[in-house]
Design a protein around this ligand. Structure first.
Ligand code: AHM
Ligand code: MG
Length: 291
């Protein structure tokens, strides 16, 4: 490798580290925002969801802190229409507060982030790292980077490794399917009918927590295309692709129904996509059922 290429790789890796550490350092403030900003904001996000005050506060915190990193050029999020730009080389895309409809019943929520080498909208193969935080009984984080997945416990804005090689267990145990039976296509209904006799249901209304069930126990999470919404609910860049990168790096598989989510080329920032992630054999059967 030439010296300049070597330097740019080092700088890139440093920036990725700074992004991860800045997300970690911001989590105590996001937890506070969850407690303090419980109401509606009277605004909707670019995909038409009502925004809670906590969604906006988390977005503002991450935007300020992440764009403050020298190497970060752009910040894109589920909560804002356009990419915010400054000087730098890498690009961050986030769902600042995933599962915020769980705020009222005080159930799990999270943050999802992806660090891209190209400015979004772009394909998931340009991800350098992706991760999610869970604001559960404790705050934890899962990060995929350089071919492996690690799980951390976060305390006071610092992280501590609890598993340095997260892999999807070979024997699947759990499933979680979003959207509701009557909104599913006949093909997905037939697949779901099979799976519910084989695995046990774990669905919590926050994708990050449901994905962590799959990483912990093996299984499948889907938010499928619906009869009334063929692209489903979840956003390609802020939810589907970073989660697919994590699950695939952990030895699992992802699909939009026919191909890996990492091969989906989004045209717009806020496109939606059907999301299926989990053990490879379950994803293979799903693709066969939907074909
Ligand atoms: P959000 O980012 O606005 O919170 O929406 C995404 C969430 C996912 O975390 C979760 O899988 C899904 O919406 C739950 O939707 P539903 O309420 O339809 O079950
Ligand atoms: Mg979300």
């Amino acid at each position: 490798m030439s010296k300049s290429l070597d330097t740019s790789t080092t700088e890139t890796e440093q920036t990725v580290t700074e992004v991860i550490d800045t997300v970690v350092a911001t989590t105590p403030d996001v937890r506070r925002a969850i407690a303090d900003h419980r109401g509606q904001s009277n605004s909707v996000n670019p995909t038409g969801d009502d925004q809670l005050a906590a969604d906006l506060r988390a977005d503002e915190l991450f935007e300020q802190r992440l764009l403050g990193i020298d190497g970060v050029a752009t910040y894109a999020s589920e909560e804002r229409a356009d990419v915010k730009t400054t000087d730098g080389r890498l690009h961050v895309a986030m769902d600042p507060l995933d599962g915020s409809s769980n705020l009222e019943p005080n159930s799990g929520m999270g943050t999802i982030f992806g660090v891209y080498s190209e400015q979004p909208p772009t394909v998931g193969t340009n991800l350098l790292a992706a991760g999610f935080v869970i604001y559960g009984p404790i705050t934890s984080m899962v990060v995929a980077r350089k071919g492996s997945v690690r799980e951390y416990i976060l305390e006071d804005g610092d992280k501590r490794v609890v598993d340095d090689d997260v892999t999807v267990p070979e024997d699947p145990t759990v499933f979680g399917f979003g959207g509701g039976v009557d909104s599913w296509t006949d093909e997905f209904q037939s697949y779901a009918e099979e799976v519910r006799h084989e695995l046990k249901l774990r669905y919590g209304g926050a994708m990050v927590a449901d994905i962590n069930q799959v990483l912990t126990y093996g299984g499948i999470f889907s938010y499928p295309g619906l009869v009334s919404a063929p692209d489903g609910k979840l956003r390609t860049l802020f939810e589907g692709v970073p989660i697919a990168h994590i699950v695939e790096t952990a030895g699992g598989a992802s699909s939009d129904g026919s191909r890996s989510l990492l091969d989906v080329e989004p045209d717009g920032l806020h496109e939606r996509v059907p999301v299926h992630v989990g053990n490879q054999p379950l994803i293979d059967r799903l693709e066969a059922a939907l074909a």
